[in-house]
Design a protein. Structure first.
Length: 149
């Protein structure tokens, strides 16, 4: 069996294959192991160093409010499998520096919450379970966050 996963390889493969029938059997076994390791690395979003790089940042955050139910939709086209989203919202603080900033990790890019009062500012980032997060994307912009009330 040849290597089945793109990028799967190991050192001395050509030398092992050149050793005749026994070398072919060993190469087949190592090809299978290398292919499985590569598939696990790709599907788990792992790097060779172990910690994956974060996914790309979302492109935008859209927001709406109706009867004090706030909805944020995180726009992230072609987000990789396994992407999670970190959403922060703050009541009355567009700089997200106060103690009222709340962080939630989402498994899907839509958030809803009933909040009884105040103006809500929202920002979001993307991450994998084991990675750091991407850059923040704001409802509005980082220079001029848009509040919902």
């Amino acid at each position: 069996m040849a290597l089945s996963q793109t990028g799967a390889t190991y050192r001395n493969r050509a030398y092992i294959l050149a050793q005749g029938r026994f070398g072919q059997l060993i190469a087949d076994a190592l090809d299978d192991i290398a292919s499985q390791a590569q598939a696990t690395q790709r599907q788990g979003n792992f790097s060779k160093a172990g910690t994956p790089s974060p996914p790309s940042a979302p492109t935008a955050v859209q927001g709406a409010v109706a009867n004090r139910v706030f909805t944020a939709s995180i726009i992230h086209p072609n987000s990789p499998k396994g992407t999670q989203w970190v959403l922060q919202y703050s009541l009355n603080d567009p700089q997200f520096g106060d103690t009222n900033t709340i962080t939630e990790t989402l498994m899907h890019p839509v958030w809803q919450k009933y909040l009884p009062n105040g103006t809500v500012f929202i920002r979001a980032a993307a991450k994998f379970q084991a990675s750091e997060q991407s850059a923040w994307v704001y409802l509005g912009s980082s220079a001029s966050p848009q509040g919902l009330s």
